[in-house]
Write a protein that binds this ligand. Structure first.
Ligand code: BUP
Length: 451
């Protein structure tokens, strides 16, 4: 009989996208799939994507999970981290929901950002199921997280060596992790404590891309016992009927002539920095498609494009016809697949990095916060991209247009980088061919789910 699998994403598009892709993939492999949707969502992008996903995939069941709002939440806290916390604290509402499903579920996939829910669910008498984590981050960052509960991070050291794992540079560790009181840190630590209780950790990465870390995680030689790490990336695109106007502009551009610029769904930059980016793009003389944001959460986006970019800069952009600036949700995967795209100037969120890897699109990484420096290390080591480390974390310094111009020229004109990125794309495809590493692991995972 086909296994019935439930999936519970946490919050934010960087978490929802890989869950939707995993849900579509499991459904295509003869699993019955129920997707739990924590309500209300933080962003409009999440609710829009959920609606269009369910209408395009009527065979996947939707189960709304009303999350209890936090009693006294810090109004200045990151709304996505607060939602992780609200989901974790609403875990007591899950057993009746999950046990009402028919046929009964055999497994629940939890987001790494809410993995600690397993502690409350695993001992519940009405649930006799297996638990998996979907790790929405690189294997490299995951490997650091596994050891967090037993670590005291000291910013005075240069490198961190954990038994059985490749070493880490301290300067790449997100600064909040040095503060044990920070919500990001406390959540990661409690999620990390749960890892050893699950049956497997599914990850959107592939063996060739992170071979050393993946092998270390599965070697049994780490100082803590870990479940099986299952690299099944790059996750495949799922059908999405929504339209995206930027694609028609791209249709008119020559092959590999456009740099796509986007710093993810959660990063809003200062107006000064936006101005420098715009000037840098114009000075580089490269064509560009630039996606802007003015707020962390799209529901509170109020600033118009003209106010954000500045009228004179926007007029220059329109006059020169060198590129377009948009302030809307775009179909990033389709943009990256478009023949006109020659480079991706990105914050190096893990999904973005994997989407570029899958298509062999060279990257210029500007790591702004969270796990992004870890991701950029992977991207740089694989030959997929350039990473000016000295640009610092978000807001640490104002990166001037001249520096941006030079790096964009490097991204778009470096033939060696282009051919190395192409090789990454070929390896990513190979992982999914018959007998490829990810394809084999998926087969193994489906067998585990049938048990
Ligand atoms: Br913005 C934007 N269209 O306009 P990351 C993003 N995306 O399809 P993040 C679009 O959202 P974290 C847009 O393709 C990727 O799948 C993009 O995830 C898609 O970055 C996802 O790259 C964004 O991981 O999350 O959202 O900043 O904080 O987890 O890095």
């Amino acid at each position: 009989m086909e296994p019935h699998i439930a999936l519970l994403p946490s919050a934010g598009m960087g978490h929802l996208m890989p869950f939707l892709r995993l849900a579509a993939m499991l459904a295509s492999r003869n699993c019955k799939v129920t997707l739990l949707t924590a309500q209300p969502t933080v962003s409009a992008a999440e609710s829009n994507h959920l609606n269009s996903f369910f209408s395009a995939h009527p065979h996947i069941q939707r189960l709304d999970f009303q999350v209890v709002p936090l009693q006294s939440s810090n109004p200045h806290g990151d709304p996505f981290f607060l939602q992780f916390e609200a989901i974790i604290r609403s875990v007591h509402l899950l057993p009746p929901l999950l046990s009402s499903l028919s046929p009964p579920i055999s497994a629940l996939f939890l987001d790494i950002a809410a993995a600690t829910c397993v502690d409350k669910l695993a001992d519940h008498p009405s649930l006799s199921i297996s638990y998996y984590i979907l790790s929405t981050i690189s294997a490299r960052f995951f490997s650091l997280i596994t050891h967090l509960p037993h670590l005291t991070l000291e910013s005075s050291c240069e490198n961190l060596k954990l038994h059985g794992l490749p070493s880490f540079s301290i300067s790449n560790i997100p600064p909040p992790l040095f503060n044990p009181q920070n919500l990001f840190t406390t959540q990661l630590i409690s999620n990390a404590r749960t890892i050893s209780r699950v049956k497997g950790v599914v990850s959107n990465t592939f063996h060739w891309f992170e071979a050393e870390t993946i092998e270390a995680l599965n070697s049994g030689k780490t100082s803590i016992t870990l479940p099986q790490f299952l690299p099944i990336g790059p996750f495949k695109h799922y059908e999405d009927p929504e339209k995206c106007s930027s694609l028609s502009w791209l249709d008119e551009q020559p092959a590999k002539s456009v740099v796509y610029v986007s710093f993810g769904s959660r990063t809003a930059m200062s107006k000064d920095q936006i101005k420098e980016i715009g000037e840098g793009l114009l000075k580089s003389k490269q064509k560009f498609l630039w996606v802007l944001k003015s707020a962390i959460v799209d529901k509170v986006e109020e600033t118009e494009l003209q106010e954000l970019v500045g009228r004179s800069l926007l007029e220059k952009i329109e006059e020169k016809k060198q590129g377009i600036a948009v302030k809307e949700w775009v179909k990033q995967e389709e943009i990256l697949t478009h023949h006109a795209i020659g480079g991706f100037f990105s914050h190096c969120g893990w999904n973005s990095a994997m989407e570029a890897a899958q298509r062999g699109v060279p990257m210029l990484a500007w790591t702004l916060n969270g796990d992004q420096r870890f991701n950029a290390e992977v991207v740089e080591k694989a030959g997929l991209g350039l990473w000016p480390k000295h640009w610092g974390w978000l807001g640490e310094r104002l990166v001037k247009s001249e520096e941006i111009k030079k790096k964009i020229e490097g991204l778009m004109q470096d033939h060696k980088l282009r051919s190395m990125a192409q090789k990454v794309g070929e390896e990513a495809k190979r992982a999914w061919e018959t007998g490829g590493t990810s394809e084999k692991v998926v087969g193994q995972m489906i067998e585990m789910l049938k048990l």
